[in-house]
Write a protein that binds this ligand. Structure first.
Ligand code: RP5
Length: 165
């Protein structure tokens, strides 16, 4: 298999997860990190998940960001089939506000790690930042873009609150 994939794969259990996971994609875009975004459902497309996770390293991916909601098996199942770093994003569910997603993703047994982020948008953004940090270990230019991104966030914070904000 060729190693031509971008460094980050963003996978999600459903089209409905994209509203959350697009924040990971946009953050990677802002940092100049290419990514491949795919719907890969642990429940509805298990063969697709198997093929993706088993082939991810040979395809050239370096980090996997996996978002899912409810009975959110996707990150854990992906981690079961690859030793690439897997960052899990709990998508906010209607029934339990994402607490089901969070607990499904975070409570992995010892031996199969999933780096679990916060529920929803914050988790998606931070998963992208962590993925970039991992890649920046061996990419000085990306490390400098990450520093600049963080500086820009700091500079956005006003000294005093405004009435019209
Ligand atoms: C999970 O079920 C998906 O990750 C999604 O968050 C949730 C609901 O999926 P849909 O019914 O919207 O396709 O597998």
């Amino acid at each position: 298999m060729s190693a031509g994939a971008p460094p980050v794969a963003i996978i999600m259990g459903s089209q409905s997860d994209w509203a959350t996971m697009r924040h990971a994609a946009e953050t990677l875009d802002a940092l100049g990190v290419p990514h491949d975004d795919r719907i890969v459902s642990a429940h509805r497309t298990p063969d697709r998940l198997f093929a993706f996770a088993k082939g991810a390293r040979d395809a050239g991916f370096k980090v996997i960001i996996a978002g899912a909601g409810g009975a959110a098996h996707l990150p854990g199942m992906a981690a079961a089939m690859t030793t690439l770093p897997v960052l899990g994003v709990p998508v906010e569910s209607k029934a339990l506000s994402g607490q089901d997603s969070l607990l499904s993703i975070v409570q992995m047994p010892a031996g199969v790690p999933v780096g679990t982020l916060a529920i929803g948008r914050a988790g998606a953004v931070n998963a992208a930042l962590l993925a970039a940090s991992i890649l920046a270990l061996e990419d000085r230019a990306l490390s400098e873009r990450l520093d600049a991104w963080r500086r820009a966030r700091t500079e956005e914070v006003a000294e005093r609150p405004r009435d019209d904000a």
